[in-house]
Design a protein around this ligand. Structure first.
Ligand code: ADP
Ligand code: MG
Length: 317
């Protein structure tokens, strides 16, 4: 993008964004977004996390200009999407959930077409560089139908980058993608981020959001139920579980440990869940030994995003 205006603080700002899909035949109307407000800082890797049907793609598609919002406002790179429909979209590259690749073009031709669509002058096009970056330069003249699923996915990313947008949006880019490709895709996304690109991704792979994103919004039934820096979100779960393999099999939790949140797992381990702010592991182990339990082995389990997610979304059915 050739913007001379200073970079904005927020890559994306939406306020009270609503979407109602009208009824169609027997399908009733659907309130897919119920007033979403969100500010995504420039330079972040921001995760939009939620189950299927939560409204993630609707949100992305409104930004991309593929779905009309019902009400509310959105700014991309400081530009209101109603006031500046073209300029605002020039600031984002969107990788959609579905792979749409015309089988009769080569990857190089597809990138040139996209660049033309965005009005990138021939001299400024970087099709080859982009294909190199996603590891497809040796396939530049192959027919798209000859590419593997993983290669097509990388081509989708390449297509979103032809106009060098400061914001890259990926809608579930690793759904149905093998582990190796997922790794290489994330490595590339991290590189883009290191070079200054703001990254927004939707996923229902919780570990992925936890590993990649510096901030996460959890969306459920068209509403944001949490939006925090990742460590803060995780620290909401201020507990751990101490799992002890006893030397002698246990049939019940000893009376001496009755005050703790302790259970015997079906596999025979003694599992004690404790608040890390209230109790250290040392003191806990003293109590276990005090109850006459010989410790064969032990591990601690920390809560992951899955637990946060369940805790936040289960009550809202
Ligand atoms: P997600 O991407 O989080 O899985 P979507 O945004 O795709 O969620 O869908 C949110 C809700 O809106 C779902 O209930 C879905 O069925 C509905 N929906 C999505 N697209 C349409 C559409 N074009 N017409 C009617 N309903 C839709
Ligand atoms: Mg979706």
């Amino acid at each position: 993008m050739t913007e001379s205006a200073p970079a904005p603080d927020y890559a994306i700002e939406v306020e009270n964004l609503q979407k109602v899909y009208p009824a169609q035949g027997k399908v009733p109307e659907k309130h897919a977004l119920k007033g979403i407000s969100l500010k995504i800082p420039r330079g972040s890797i921001f995760g939009l996390l939620g189950p299927n049907g939560a409204g993630k793609s609707t949100f992305i598609n409104i930004l991309a200009g593929l779905v009309n919002k019902t009400s509310g406002s959105a700014r991309i790179w400081g530009l209101d999407i109603d006031e500046y429909p073209r300029q605002s979209r020039a600031a984002i590259g969107v990788v959609n959930q579905e792979i749409v690749a015309d089988p009769f073009f080569t990857p190089f031709e597809m990138l040139e077409l996209m660049a033309g669509f965005y009005g990138v002058p021939k001299a400024e096009r970087q099709s080859i560089e982009i294909l190199k970056a996603v590891g497809l330069d040796d396939k530049k003249d192959a027919y798209v139908r000859q590419l593997s699923g993983g290669m097509k996915r990388r081509l989708m990313v390449a297509k979103a980058l032809v106009h060098n947008p400061p914001v890259l949006i990926l809608d579930e880019p690793t759904a149905g993608v093998d582990v190796e490709l997922r790794r290489s895709l994330w490595t590339y996304v991290r590189e883009l981020h290191a070079r200054g690109t703001t990254i927004i991704l939707t996923t229902h792979y919780l570990e992925e959001a936890e590993e990649l994103c510096d901030a996460i919004a959890i969306v459920n039934h068209g509403e944001i139920v949490a939006c925090e820096p990742t460590p803060q979100l995780l620290s909401r779960l201020d507990y751990k579980t101490l799992v002890i393999h006893p030397k002698e099999p246990l049939t019940a939790v000893p009376d001496a440990l009755a005050k703790l949140d302790a259970t015997i797992r079906p596999t025979g381990e003694l599992a004690i869940t404790f608040r890390t702010s209230e109790m250290g592991i040392g003191r806990l182990l003293e109590q276990v030994r005090g109850a006459g339990i010989g410790i064969g082995d032990l591990v601690t389990e920390a809560p992951d995003l899955e637990d946060v997610f369940l805790a936040l979304t289960s009550q809202a059915a």
